[in-house]
Design a protein around this ligand. Structure first.
Ligand SMILES: [Zn+2]
Length: 277
């Protein structure tokens, strides 16, 4: 087992909240599976003594306060994933501000504490939504984990730094950026941080990436979603490219998590990166 402490994070959202075509007004019509799926994750984290950062959607916090409380009581950090899972570049700064406040209020009223960390839906802080850092600072956030330094058709700032660094917002104020993990091969950043890549790559690719990062002296940052441990979730129509990544090898996730937790040590973002929470 590597001695380096890595960060484990969960973007807390239900299986049908992922698709940008499927807007918040329709969410009540889908079968909710988030409680059961979260319990599976809580169990496996407890078993391996893993603490995580839970980037919760405000919608989930309002609807399932008991779930947020449970994660918090088990020692996990509660962060924010916004309210409606709308990509930041589709929002205005005013709408983003409203989403952050509503989510902070929901989380604050459950655990008596505001989140200090934020992860944007679908890593959607990119060049055209750079203004988001100032809105995060206005709302008391100390760190952001929304920049993925890779090339992907939906996200990515490929020239961005791969490890924890300071970002100067448009106002001149500063915020800590903690990107999810990439491996480096032939001069290219490879996404190995989890999510769909955890199911697409063989597990050894993820292990290679985290080992490479740890050997260079850096903690890795892993992310996943509760719906990724749920092979029985309903299969609904969605654009083909999204369908492909969403449903691919969902049955492999829990087994690979066992391996990941055996090979590497994990704690919350705040804990690993020394952010006061
Ligand atoms: Zn998400």
């Amino acid at each position: 087992m590597s001695d380096t402490l890595n960060a484990f994070s969960i973007d807390l959202e239900d299986w049908f909240q992922v698709f940008e075509e499927n807007d918040v007004s329709a969410w009540d019509s889908f079968e909710s599976r988030i409680e059961n799926n979260s319990l599976k994750l809580i169990d496996i984290m407890d078993k391996h003594k893993v603490k995580a950062t839970i980037f919760a959607l405000g919608y989930i916090a309002e609807k399932y306060p008991g779930l947020i409380k449970l994660f918090y009581e088990r020692g996990h950090e509660i962060g924010s994933h916004g309210y409606s899972h709308t990509q930041i570049f589709r929002l205005t700064p005013e709408k983003f501000d409203t989403e952050l406040k509503r989510t902070n209020d929901a989380i604050g009223s459950i655990i008596g504490k505001q989140p200090i960390g934020f992860r944007a839906p679908i890593f959607s802080i990119v060049d055209k939504s750079f203004w988001a850092f100032d809105v995060l600072l206005d709302n008391g956030f100390k760190y952001d984990s929304s920049v993925y330094p890779v090339l992907n058709y939906r996200y990515g700032m490929v020239r961005s730094a791969r490890f924890k660094h300071i970002i100067t917002a448009e106002s001149g104020r500063q915020i800590v950026e903690i990107p999810v993990t990439t491996g480096r091969l032939f001069g290219v950043n490879l996404p190995v941080a989890g999510g769909a890549y955890f199911r697409f790559w063989p597990y050894r690719v993820i292990k290679w990436g985290f080992n490479q990062v740890n050997k260079s002296g850096y903690p890795g940052v892993f992310y996943m979603h509760p719906w990724e441990v749920d092979p029985d979730q309903p299969d609904i129509e969605m654009p083909r490219r999204i369908h492909l990544t969403h449903y691919h090898r969902l049955e492999s996730t829990l087994g690979n998590l066992e391996r990941l937790f055996t090979d590497f040590k994990f704690s919350s973002m705040a804990d690993v990166f020394g952010m006061e929470y």
